[in-house]
Design a protein around this ligand. Structure first.
Ligand SMILES: [Cu+2]
Length: 146
């Protein structure tokens, strides 16, 4: 009787440990962000941030939002051609499947709206990306000419 109780306790502890380990699998370091840069801009105007995300996990993560102190608003945008016109469309979220997801001119970008300061080539600022599975990532963005 006592013996089987011990067994049950052991199982409970072991399951809890296994659950903790499993929760750690989609951990930091498995999404890499590289080639981060932003267009120059003037205070009150807009700019855009570009980068490449490499997802080394087997599952799709989701970029939910981005934030930065340099702008009044930060949005996820997609540029596309509509009836021969370039249009930017607000994205509620951006799926980040296994492999590379490029934020580049003419496509996905992080839009900086109503800049609080001038962004001159060589300046750096901080941008935070909020993902569904991976914890927030803080990037250092360098301003450079396209
Ligand atoms: Cu935009």
């Amino acid at each position: 009787m006592e013996r089987s109780l011990f067994k049950v306790r052991f199982l409970v502890v072991f399951s809890a440990l296994a659950a903790i380990l499993a929760a750690c699998v989609p951990a930091d370091g498995q999404l890499q962000v590289s080639d981060t840069w932003a267009r120059p801009g003037l205070a009150g105007g807009n700019s855009a941030v570009y980068f490449e995300i490499t997802n080394e996990t087997a599952g799709t993560d989701t970029l939910l939002s981005a934030s930065s102190d340099v702008a009044g608003a930060v949005e996820l945008h997609m540029t596309s051609m509509q009836d021969g016109n370039m249009q930017m469309m607000h994205q509620q979220e951006v799926p980040v499947p296994t492999g590379k997801t490029e934020f580049k001119p003419g496509g996905l970008h992080v839009m900086l709206i109503a800049l609080n300061q001038d962004l001159n080539p060589g300046d750096t600022f901080s941008l935070t990306l909020d993902f569904a599975a991976t914890s927030d990532m803080q990037l250092e963005v360098t301003v450079s000419e396209p």
